[in-house]
Every structure is written in C-alpha cells, then in structure tokens.
Design a protein around this ligand. Structure first.
Ligand code: FES
Ligand code: FES
Length: 216
C-alpha cells in the first residue's frame, strides 16, 4: 500500500481494510468458528449493525447506501465486496479503473471524505456514511473540472487507463497545496503508475491547473 494511503485516505473509522478483514475472517474460520457464528446470528438492519462503537458485518448479502458524488446510491454487496467493485459492477460507475486490484497502481483512486484512497483496498460497507467522489463527479455539466481541462490541454494521457486515478490524485494534491511545488506534485502522485510514461505531461497539467483554480 502506498505511504500516502496510510497517511491519509487509507485510514478508516472502523480500522478495517480489505486485507485485515480477509485475514481476520480466515483466522476465525481456522479457530473456534465463533466469529462466523456470531456473524450468522446478526440480524441485518441497514446492512450493518453498530453497537457500543463496534460495527458488525452480517453474513450474506448487504443492502447498503453509498453517498457518491452527492447522491445516495443503493447497492447490494457481499461483506467482501470492494468499493471499486461496488461502484463499477453494482452502481454502473465505471470511470474508476481496476488494474492491479491490490493497491499497487493507483488506477482506482477516488476521494473518500475528500482524501485520496484506493477503492480496491476499501470494503464497500466501510464506505457507508462517507462522502465518495469519483471521476464522474468532477465536471460541472459540460464544464470540465480545471484538472480535467488541464489534462486535455497538456495531452497528459495516452491509453488513458491510469487517467481517472491520476486526475483524482491531482485534485487531492491541489486541495492540499493550492500552489504546489514540483516536488509536492510528484509526491502526491507517487502512488499512481502510468505504464505509458506520461508523467512529464501529467505534472505539467497539475501545475497548469493550479493556476486555474484546480483546487476548488
Ligand atoms: S486497482 Fe487499486 S491500486 Fe491498482
Ligand atoms: S496513459 Fe496509459 S497507463 Fe497512463
């Protein structure tokens, strides 16, 4: 996982990650099985059960509501479903890309409560109650977000597969640094990999967007 995610968007109120969830589940299964039993007995309400500050994930399908780009989106997921898969496969929001599916490339970057996060490492149910911003939520009607506009003007893409993640990290960069230095731009985009090698133009686009209110 990227340093940036550990510092910022990767933190989660419940302290869960996809990896820790799967690890915990397997440990429970190998052990007494009591945890599995407890999950099976839990009666779903809004999909999640919160008691004494502890969130329990019921077994089976969960009907949850995600707040995406300012709108409530109802989806049915399994406890193991990632936010990335929930958005792409359940909500039809395919702008967020899946490449490595393991936190290594940044293609799935979106904003969680305004901070960049890898949606392939975030469980869908763990995003309930949080503000999710995807690439689909940036433009204002026909008007591109300044960062999107700068990417177009600087021709900062080739195949485009890394681009949504690059744009979301760039937006987060400019929200953090209104006038970023070249070093700050490189640092904030350090978790995004472009196998076409467009880094130079991406960095140029972020610098240009900063002059045009890209951190709005
Ligand atoms: S798809 Fe999530 S980091 Fe690569
Ligand atoms: S433009 Fe092709 S991977 Fe970045």
């Amino acid at each position: 996982m990227r340093d940036r995610d550990l510092r910022e968007g990767g933190s989660r109120p419940s302290g869960f990650s996809r990896r820790s969830f799967l690890k915990g589940a397997s440990v429970a299964a190998v052990g007494t099985g009591l945890a599995t039993e407890a999950l099976a007995d839990a009666a779903p309400t809004d999909g999640l059960i919160r008691e004494d500050g502890v969130t329990t994930v019921p077994k089976g399908a969960l009907e949850i509501t995600l707040r995406v780009n300012g709108e409530d989106v109802a989806v049915t997921v399994e406890p193991r479903t990632t936010l990335l898969d929930a958005l792409r496969d359940r909500a039809g929001l395919t702008g967020t890309k899946k490449v490595c599916d393991r936190g290594a490339c940044g293609a799935c970057t979106l904003l969680l409560d305004g901070k960049p996060a890898n949606s392939c490492l975030t469980l869908a149910w763990d995003a309930v109650g949080r503000e999710i911003t995807t690439i689909e939520g940036l433009a204002d009607g026909e008007n591109l977000h300044p960062v999107q506009q700068a990417f177009v003007e600087c021709d900062a893409l080739q195949c485009g597969f890394c681009t949504p993640g690059m744009v979301m990290s760039s937006v987060a960069c400019l929200q953090k640094h209104a006038t970023p230095t070249p070093e700050q731009i490189r640092h904030e985009l350090s978790g995004n990999i472009c196998r076409c090698g467009t880094y130079g133009r991406v960095f140029e686009a972020v610098a240009n967007a900063a002059k045009n209110g890209g951190g709005r």
